[in-house]
Design a protein around this ligand. Sequence first.
Ligand code: AMP
Ligand code: GLY
Length: 421
Amino acid sequence: MNVLILGSGGREHTLAWKISQSPILQKLYIAPGNAGTKKLGTNLRVNPNDFEAIKQIVLDHKIDLIIVGPEEPLVRGITDFFNQDPDLQNVKVIGPSQEGAMLEGSKEFAKRFMQKHQIPTAAYQSFTADKLQKAFHFLETLEPPYVLKADGLAAGKGVLILDNLETAKKELTAMLQEHKFGTASSKVVIEEYLDGIEMSCFVYTDGKNYIILPEAKDYKRIGEGDTGLNTGGMGAVSPVPFADKNLLKRIEKKVISPSIQGLEKDQIDYTGFVFFGLMIINDEPYVIEYNVRLGDPETEVILPRIESDLLTLFTSQNLKDFQIKITPDFSTTVMAVSGGYPNSYEKGKPITGLNSVTESIVFQAGTKQENEQILTNGGRVLAFTSLAPTMKEALNNSYNSLEKVHFNQMYFRKDIGFDLS
Ligand code: AMP
Ligand code: GLY
């Protein structure tokens, strides 16, 4: 079959790497892709949010299956666009309907869904600008820290955690009245702070049955010891050492199973991934957020652990009986980012040494190729993924590989996974 992957980051390079190994793949296309995906398939210069342009490449290249990497096209309704077009009836889209994508596209929708289906999550209320005084009163009933969430998509920046009531009120005013996150913050969810340890779980679902994928823990802050600004993610590990069988079972029973049943009960069309962002408190899981796609850099650690063929999974007529094979090996990834990220940074720096890496797979994120030279082209540039029987060995391999690769002002965290090993 011919496959199109939408997106251009490390997640999409990893998906392309995995899909390119499939025995049932004929041709692989990535739109727009990056310098890494270019080696595995054909990059097409099309914006994943331009559905008409995507339709054209799907028809031109006889694409059978589309995997949507990022959330934005899903939240804008790409799956419904394809499913409703008579010319595109035979194209399978891996990604939920627009309604399903609301689980990520609207925090309030997600909270209501969790309440309705009794999925453990933080207590909350949501407010619009005309209810600012009420929102202040609600804040006053809470203990610090205060958690404010823009309802809509805000490129991963829409969550604020504030220690002080006055600052929280100021930020809330900025979100609701001064459009701090544009229309994404015209509604704000205020929720109870959950004090625990975070991890993420992933499933692939047809909206009724689900296959549990490897779990992961990512490192969001720019600085060592989890300090400094939030980023898209500076590294990840899988499996998560503290997530023993009992905890994983509880997560399935209390979170995964009721979430998928909730989709079915609410008649929400959903074929694709669900990413459960969890807080574990006293060994009990609470959902912090749903994402309707795979994570980045979580994909860079979970896909290399999956031994089964993904295209066979996506085209299975009997997901209920699909047996997924996952290696018990540890997978670690460390991100090399541009100096200055997540604030402003320079692009276009030549990357050297990639060919001398032998102990890791280097997944490219923000890169582009000019002639034979690979250049930096984003904040997060390269993900160094290693697999080994222990987390320590995997991390050693990732860090050894990082020593071999250079670009001007390259930065990475030296403590990924160290809190867990
Ligand atoms: P999100 O953008 O929803 O992933 O949230 C960003 C981060 O904020 C999460 O990864 C958590 O670290 C933190 N966070 C979100 N909600 C809560 C909460 N209710 N309690 C504590 N931390 C939270
Ligand atoms: N690494 C977090 C995310 O992909 O949302």
